[in-house]
Design a protein around this ligand. Sequence first.
Ligand SMILES: CCC[C@H]1O[C@@H](n2cnc3c(N)ncnc32)[C@H](O)[C@@H]1O
Length: 483
Amino acid sequence: MEIKNQKLSNDDFFAERKEVLQQWPTGKDVDFDEAVAYQKSIPAKKRFGVKLEQAVKDGTTLIQPRAGVALYKEHIELLKYLEDEGEADLLPTTIDSYTRLNRYKEAQVGIDKSFETGRSMLNGFPALNYGVHICREVTSALKSPVQVRHGTPDARLLTEISIAGGFTSYEGGGISYNIPYSKNFSIEHTIAHWQYTDRLIGLYEEAGVSINREPFGPLTGTLVPPCISNAVAVIEAVLAATQGVKDVTVGYGQCGNLIQDVAAIRSLESMTRKYLDQFSFTDVRISTVFHQWMGGFPQDESKSFGVISWGAAAAVLAKATKVIVKTPHEAVGIPTKEANAAGLKASKQLASMLQQQSFCDMPAVIAEAEIIMAEMTCILNKVEELGKGDWAKGTVLAFEAGVLDIPFAPSKYNAGKMMPARDNNGAIRILSCGNIPLSNELVLFHKQKLDERAAYENRAVSFQMVVDDVYAIGKGFLVGRPN
Ligand SMILES: CCC[C@H]1O[C@@H](n2cnc3c(N)ncnc32)[C@H](O)[C@@H]1O
């Protein structure tokens, strides 16, 4: 299939839409004009983008959990508990895995079994099977803005039902919900599917309804160098803006070295602004999201609160607009509402205590941000070159060439040649570039950082460091020291 980074024509979009709305019976309840009117009835204080914009102005960091259960009345109770007891500023609706794989028949079985047993037999909220009216029951029952969070390569129908259902923010992207989540979905297909999603949101924008979009920042969440996850976020922001999206939250998953984490957020925000402006999308609003530690979690709940609080502190010191909060049940599975609220309150404590502090102007942070921005420039210049100016084409070719290469990704379209490892301070460096097109100067920088660690550990730089770093987390450490 031939993709290009060009706004879908109304003819093409609405022709495709006919097929999309027939993918499941609940699609027939979606009426664009009626949904625009419904969205316009949602007050400003319940709109995701409005709350984010205020936080950007105030320099505050909002807290948001992940949450989703099968039965919609329980889902409403859960979200009410998280905004009241958990003090969540923003609410999620995390979608179940069957829906994410377009396996709606199995999602329906899960719903039926949940009603029979009175227990949640799905690992998230099956919004698509419930449809527009039940989604509206959920979103209208809450005081706070609500966002759909998922991991769906083909989310076209889910988008239609979510936005018509009163959600005012939507996570995901054609790269970030493909490479970390699936093995066989081609990048052309998922970029095309997410151009549909972004065009639909562009049509809502053109009808006077603003919907926030959030590319999924962390990707595989395992030793991902900030330059790579940031480059993907910038590409998805540009592709979304091309389709008419006007409100974007770009994201990053905590890696563990505080200086590097703050620098990653700072460089992410400034480079997103630079490239959106370069493409004349100067009216697109930008906010940032910091995901608390995406790696393995301690079983011990007290230790978990240490990890959660550390992630909250990093987010606030980085002046991120919002932080996605983990729970003390992370190591065991879907959290109880109490555990979810506890993670939120620990994070809220850090956010309020640290609100007046920032690490953004520290010389070490500025130096690290310069490195990340230089690396991002090397990567994005190559995407531009490969695509001859077209970033959709360039992205596909960049993955084929290994110019974009996400560590530990399941996708067969990902080269998997670049290898990361931590330096002696726990910052993520590049042990071998694969085909990531870093300048010689940058390659030397990474080599020097890893040589420092090798000298300290009295061993040669090797792949064993990567293995040790992956296993270090389970042992409660950041850097995988030799035994
Ligand atoms: C990329 C997202 C992974 C994170 O997403 C959390 N997650 C997934 N599904 C639910 C759910 N239904 N309720 C609360 N958290 C959930 C996991 O724990 C993990 O941290």
